[in-house]
Design a binder for this molecule. Structure first.
Ligand SMILES: Cc1cc2nc3c(=O)[nH]c(=O)nc-3n(C[C@H](O)[C@H](O)[C@H](O)COP(=O)(O)OP(=O)(O)OC[C@H]3O[C@@H](n4cnc5c(N)ncnc54)[C@H](O)[C@@H]3O)c2cc1C
Length: 269
């Protein structure tokens, strides 16, 4: 389906992007367009204008800060992350990004777009939730930083309000992390995914079972403890053509055990 007519602006600075989002009624930020353009074609979203962030250099890049934490520009594509040496500060990020969809999507899709979509089946919301990421948001009233528990608010809803931009995501350095998913076909959409980290935990985050990642603290890195934490959480996943809620619930236990086992193996490396 063709897009309906839409305004388009391509600013080069964050300040100009914010000004345009404020001035242009019904406008929306455009990152990689891998979600937004598709939902516009399906008429599920119909912004009047797109503010394309692709020329805003300040929103791109991967770097290691003085305290060792990894700073990710919101407009960094998955492919750029994969090519970045700095990303080795938290290896699980590149490993997971390498499994998202196909090369075309990875070349265009951005870290910021992935989390701002807050699609419950996306890979990155549970991953960032397990890693204890912090999200920096800028708007007309200035800048603020929120933890993942306050960032993901619902399906397609985040702490980034209309007229605001996510500028960067910060994750502490570390390597004792794991990620396990069952997908619809190779590199397909996740039926359930679970991220685990022992760096600030043990902490696990289950995706695809609720509107936002379900974060659990199993108390120990034992796989059975992780599975039990999921069981005790009383999650109520949706049923759809791909899987029943019961299947997703059981899958979440199995994947939690796998993800925490991977995290434990890395701690011992
Ligand atoms: C065929 C296909 C398969 C896919 N499979 C997967 C998958 O298995 N796993 C997965 O995780 N993803 C998958 N995706 C989604 C993909 O990862 C998208 O790239 C991602 O969800 C959105 O990123 P984007 O940069 O394309 O954002 P866009 O589509 O440009 O934007 C998405 C939303 O975020 C907002 N936004 C973007 N950046 C900012 C910002 N900096 N500040 C404020 N708001 C912002 C936009 O306004 C829009 O509402 C798939 C996509 C396709 C087309």
């Amino acid at each position: 389906m063709l897009l309906r007519e839409v305004g388009y602006a391509r600013p080069e600075t964050v300040e100009d992007a914010l000004a345009l989002l404020g001035e242009l009624e019904g406008s929306r930020a455009l990152a990689g367009g891998q979600t937004l353009i598709n939902v516009m074609k399906a008429r599920a979203a119909s912004p009047d204008a797109l503010v394309d962030l692709n020329r805003v250099e300040a929103l791109k890049g991967v770097s290691v800060r003085g305290d060792g934490a990894l700073e990710l520009g919101a407009m960094t594509t998955y492919t750029e992350l994969l090519a970045s040496k700095a990303a080795a500060a938290r290896p699980i990020l590149a490993e997971v990004c390498a499994t998202i969809a196909d090369v075309q999507v990875r070349n265009r899709g951005t870290l910021g777009g992935n989390v701002c979509s807050s699609d419950p089946t996306n890979h990155l919301p549970p991953l960032f939730a397990a890693l204890g990421a912090e999200f920096t948001i800028v708007g007309p009233d200035g800048e603020r930083t929120v933890p993942s528990e306050e960032f993901f608010l619902g399906v397609y809803m985040t702490a980034v309000a209309p007229g605001e931009l996510l500028t960067r995501i910060v994750v502490p350095a570390g390597r004792a992390d794991g990620f396990a998913a069952v997908t619809i076909g190779r590199e397909g959409t996740c039926i359930v995914n679970v991220a685990a980290s022992l760096e600030a935990g043990p902490r696990i985050a289950v995706g695809c079972v609720d509107a936002v990642p379900v974060v659990l603290l199993p108390g120990s890195a034992d796989p059975e403890a992780a599975a039990r934490a999921v069981r005790d959480a009383d999650i109520d996943p949706p049923s759809d053509v791909h899987a029943s809620g019961d299947y997703r619930r059981r899958l979440a236990e199995v994947l939690a055990a796998r993800a925490i086992t991977q995290a434990s193996e890395r701690r011992e490396d």
